[in-house]
Design a protein around this ligand. Sequence first.
Ligand SMILES: *Cc1c(COP(=O)(O)O)cnc(C)c1O
Length: 366
Amino acid sequence: MIPFLNLRKINARFENDFKNRFEEFLNSGQYILGNGVASFETRFAAYCGVNYCVGTGNGLDALRLILEAYKVLGKLKEEDEILVASNTFIATILAIKQAGMKPVLVEADASSYNFNIEALKNAITPKSKAVMPVHLYGQIAPMDPIASIASQHHLLVIEDAAQAHGAVWFNGNKAGSLGHAAAFSFYPTKNLGALGDAGAVTTNDPALVSVVRKLTNYGTATKYVNDLLGFNSRLDEVQAIFLTEKLSLLDADNHTRRAIAKRYLSEINNPKLQLPNWEGGEDHVFHLFVVRVASRGRFIDYLKQHEVGCLIHYPIAPHKQKALEEFSKFHYPVTEQIHNEVVSLPMSPVMTDAEVSEVIAVVNQY
Ligand SMILES: *Cc1c(COP(=O)(O)O)cnc(C)c1O
């Protein structure tokens, strides 16, 4: 059986380091917001090429706390319209709803699986105040047109970089540094994954970072002095320590993911599959390798029979979810087609060449 993703094998590479660092952590006696968090924040900010990073409890909170902080700063308010991709993972939309703002879902492009730029332009109203590009599947969103639309309409640009740690835009800047602020998730399956929940906000804005930092910790900068109605969403100390260890292999891992993607793209030749569009640059870190197949159920059964793992990201479009019933009257035909046809093939930095060859052979015989 070729697993879709072998997390045990990914983390086994760090086993000794994790055990040593855990012992230091245990002996330190400082289990919340210790040196581990501070040190990871410094390193991750430097890695992304920004001045600031604040750890959070998870990626959803990172997204939400950016919006909450902009409310505190008077740059956003409730009922403002926030433009977001209609085919994103639901967390991006939940963050907007939780902050009391109005998500405006923008139809996807059938080849990039990201914003349809014309649809993005058409969705703008006088109430639009921010755009949240999602670097879906690990590929950076079309940031040049997004930036020019945003500056023309005075929109804040908030990246959902939860799937794109280490991806590099064509100007050399990394995901996490391409807008006014960015949110990351370190959920265990992400390219930089913790051993539990974890997230972060990155930005160059000192005012934003100081509010986000307070909001993660009860609205305080000084203990028991509450400036704001805060939350409790701190990056866990032990997760920060593990993440610091793993950060050292992120670039190599992303390189391996791209090498696997190159093999899939050049060796999969089954016309029943539509392969991802990618020019071969570092703008894609292949968090997922997503193909499209017309009769997906049959393809998935076939993969199962031949012991190739796969998953669907994601089976139900956000506007078709019960939790987002308010959007059920809208039609996003491209998004719906994407959700009906996508299948994610095995992709991880610990796949062997033989496993990659086997996936290719099985897929080509379908
Ligand atoms: C994983 C993910 C999130 C949420 O992260 P959590 O840490 O699970 O809260 C948000 N957006 C996208 C695109 C994601 O893939």
